[in-house]
Design a protein around this ligand. Structure first.
Ligand SMILES: Cc1ncc(COP(=O)(O)O)c(C=O)c1O
Length: 364
């Protein structure tokens, strides 16, 4: 052993969950130019499961252990659009629990395959049913947790350990990385953990920080924030994953959130594709929703503002969706050339223009 190596500290981790967090904050050049202020992306895809949800998996299980809600050899159950499931599945491997996940047929197939690869038992439930329907992914998870002995239903929508994880890690990281100069924090809102936990921490450091939640068309959260009414007529199905809700999770802290901005499936998909191509940062679908929300606010920023957009996950989870031209066409987001052409000749001409455009500017 050399003298130098004697002084070195070992740098390995005991298990994969210890690698969660400390994700980078990166300047988004195009958006900074467009808004005239500094726009930064918090890249949660640097977590081992490629999403912000990695921050909650271990914590929620440890809290359940502390409270005596789960004992060794037990089963952890969760309803998830995929990312929390991934995090919980990793934590279950490290801690030695059986893992059952309920998800919906809206989740990208890559995400479901990832859960199975981690050894989780995955039950795919229909997306087009009300939350209280016995077939919904919430109801199935709850029923299983009653039927299976020594099991624990994480229930990220109502479990305070979800918010706490972001209060203790995401918030302090953003504060430190911006040297306390952040003025706006924007993140998509599903269970509410990411926006509420980090938002609360940031507001405690500086009450002037604006906390902006991004919601989906078809969700009830924005109207509830404005009126206190759960308006079921707002509910319709949509494609964005992890954004918005048809219930009011207790983890959404409506007092911490200054404002909700609702965005649509189509714009969010195109924003994700654009940002990925312009910055070289491969972002997921909900991150595109965040970019769209920023674009809608772009005239409101001042030159010394520092805006942090939380990019919740990685684009590779949506290769079969927003990064597939076939899927985009199926949704009607990209029209086929033939749709515009009244004759074969015009179709050929349009194709030439379209191909030239693709060559010069990329796919969109
Ligand atoms: C891709 C993605 N973005 C955003 C969110 C929303 O985060 P939160 O549940 O903390 O509100 C989720 C949650 O599942 C998600 O999976």
């Amino acid at each position: 052993m050399t003298q130098e190596s004697e002084q070195m500290e070992p740098q390995w981790h005991d298990n994969i969950m210890q690698t969660v967090g400390n994700t980078p904050l990166v300047k988004l050049h195009g958006l900074s130019k467009l808004t005239g202020c500094l726009v930064l992306g918090k890249l949660e895809s640097f977590n081992p499961g490629l999403s912000a949800k990695d921050r909650i998996g271990f914590g929620v299980i440890e809290a359940a252990e502390r409270d005596g809600k789960i004992k060794p050899g037990g089963t952890i159950i969760e309803s998830t659009s995929g990312n929390t499931g991934y995090s919980v599945a990793m934590a279950c491997i490290v801690k030695g629990y059986r893992c059952i996940l309920t998800t919906t047929d809206k989740s990208a197939e890559e995400k479901i395959a990832q859960l199975k690869a981690l050894g989780a038992e995955v039950i795919v439930c229909p997306n087009h049913v009300p939350s209280d329907d016995p077939q919904s992914y919430y109801s199935v998870a709850e029923r299983l947790s009653k039927e299976i002995e020594n099991s624990f239903y994480v229930n990220q929508y109502y479990n305070p350990a979800n918010v706490e994880a972001h209060y203790k890690s995401t918030g302090p990281e953003i504060w430190k990385q911006t040297a306390g100069r952040i003025t706006h924090y924007m993140a998509t809102c599903g269970t509410g953990g990411t926006i509420s936990g980090a938002g609360k921490y940031l507001k405690e450091q500086n009450p002037d920080v604006k906390v902006i939640a991004v919601d989906a068309e078809g969700s009830v959260l924005t109207k509830f924030h404005q009126t206190g009414i759960l308006d079921k007529s707002q509910i319709h199905s949509y494609q964005l994953e992890g954004v918005g809700k048809n219930i009011i999770p207790s983890n959404v802290d409506f007092d911490t959130i200054d404002r909700f901005i609702k965005v649509d499936d189509r714009s969010s998909a195109f924003r994700a594709r654009q940002l990925t191509k312009s910055e070289g940062i491969f972002i997921g679908y909900s991150s595109g929703a965040c970019v769209e929300a920023l674009m809608r606010m772009r005239r409101e920023f001042k030159s010394n503002d520092i805006v942090v957009l939380l990019f919740a996950d990685h684009g590779s989870k949506y290769l079969s969706k927003i990064y597939s031209n076939g899927w985009m066409q199926k949704q009607g987001f990209i029209r086929k050339i033939a749709d515009y052409a009244p004759s074969y000749q015009i179709q050929r001409r349009l194709e030439r223009v379209f191909n030239k455009y693709i060559k010069n500017y990329g796919n969109i």
